[in-house]
Ligand binder design. Structure first.
Ligand code: HEC
Ligand code: HEC
Length: 347
């Protein structure tokens, strides 16, 4: 089956735009009614990603930012969260798979930390529920930051008076605030601020000039091809687990995805649908970082997830729309914070 941009008529494009203003049903033409539903699958990005269990305070966020940038959370004191998720590069290291402690290679591509707090689960296989739980993983992972234990990480922090004071400010009601839990909470709070609203959000909130007709046409191609069944909502993904290779097996797949965690046969090749926010900037693609260009990623999705061969013009149309998802990175995230003075030697 082939999908073609010809499907995208001007009337439908106009309908897509008009659907945002949501006039009463009786004033709508048939195409407009047709488009109203689909546009509702999309939503503007939140300015920050709140949490009931980890309320955001400026003190916690500031502490989390320092910790995110601090290489002392790794055993070699050389690798920080920002090494693999550089905030001045859309939160990705641009490598196929990341390189951690002692130059060891991991097995998966580093997803962006921007907007990750909005996902329904963390990691390609969703093995952590939220960014707070996620943050504990890399510090203790032997090929990432390789800290020997959570106690060790805490002892490093306790040796830095500036950190002890910052934890006291961030967790004012606690008698012993420097804990591994709170370390993860502070980093999580900072990540909950990493939102990158884009032109697409301005469009969704009523600024019709924010995107071009070609770009709206690209969204329509994306929707008509069937991509929105998995990539929808404010993060255009990040809200469900799906099989990789629904219609056609994915070649050379060695990572079994969620199966590695649950050992349920139904979880083989099941991965979290990634967000497509800033996707233009986050190559290479897929959990193994095997694909270098966005056009190729889009073509493979058509073939393996939807069982269609997208025409070149469709691929182009979809990638044109994807560019509207490239957000602005606020200056405050890019600037490396002043880190506390070096600790006394911890042994
Ligand atoms: C050595 C490189 C490396 C370091 C250091 C690192 N990460 Fe990651 N990060 C990765 C990789 C690779 C993944 C994907 C792993 C997987 O899915 O199994 C990941 C996944 C994530 C995710 C999940 C995003 C999503 O869309 O599911 C978040 C959030 C994250 N890291 C935050 C952090 C934080 C916070 C730190 C510091 C405490 C950190 N990372 C340190 C490489 C790294
Ligand atoms: C059945 C669900 C499903 C459908 C339909 C689907 N995708 Fe995906 N998409 C996924 C999953 C799952 C992944 C992650 C696969 C992996 O790397 O393991 C993914 C990954 C991607 C990526 C790579 C993102 C990254 O950061 O690595 C892009 C780009 C993408 N999809 C675009 C599309 C487009 C365009 C369409 C329509 C032609 C589409 N997808 C249809 C489930 C789907």
């Amino acid at each position: 089956m082939k999908v073609s941009v010809a499907f995208v008529t001007l009337a439908a494009v106009l309908a897509a735009v008009s659907s945002l203003a949501q006039p009463p049903d009786r004033q709508m033409g048939p195409e407009m009614r047709m488009m109203r539903g689909p546009m509702r699958m999309m939503a503007p990005l939140e300015a920050e990603f709140e949490s009931v269990t980890n309320p955001l305070t400026p003190e916690k966020i500031d502490l989390g930012k320092m910790l995110f940038f601090d290489p002392r959370l790794s055993i070699g004191q050389t690798i920080s969260c920002n090494s693999c998720h550089p905030l001045d590069n859309y939160g990705v290291d641009g490598r196929r798979v990341s390189i951690g402690h002692g130059n060891q290679q991991g097995t998966r591509n580093a997803p962006s930390v921007y907007n990750a707090a909005a996902h329904f689960a963390q990691f390609w296989d969703g093995r952590a529920a939220d960014v707070e739980e996620q943050a504990k993983g890399p510090m203790l992972n032997a090929v990432e930051m390789a800290m020997p234990s959570s106690d060790y990480a805490v002892s490093v922090l306790k040796s830095v008076p500036v950190y002890v004071a910052a934890f006291e400010r961030a967790f004012p009601d606690e008698s012993n605030p420097v804990t591994f839990e709170n370390l993860a909470r502070a980093i999580g709070a900072f990540e909950r601020k990493l939102s990158t609203p884009a032109r697409w959000d301005r469009f969704l909130t009523g600024d019709r000039e924010a995107v071009t007709m070609q770009e709206i046409g690209g969204w329509m191609t994306f929707h008509h091809a069937g991509c929105t069944t998995c990539h929808n909502g404010s993060t255009i993904g990040g809200q469900s687990f799906q099989k990789l290779g629904v219609k056609l097996p994915w070649p050379g797949l060695s990572d079994k995805g969620r199966y590695e965690i649950t050992k349920l046969s139904t979880d083989r090749m099941i991965f979290k649908v990634p967000s497509l926010r800033n996707v233009e900037k986050t190559a290479p693609y897929f959990h193994d970082g095997s694909i270098d260009t966005l056009a190729e990623a889009v073509r493979l999705m058509g073939r393996h997830q939807l069982g269609i061969e997208l025409e070149d013009s469709d691929v182009q149309s979809i990638t044109t729309w994807l560019h509207t998802l490239t957000g602005e990175i606020p200056e405050e995230f890019v600037r490396t914070p002043k880190l506390p003075a070096l600790p006394k030697q911890v042994r």
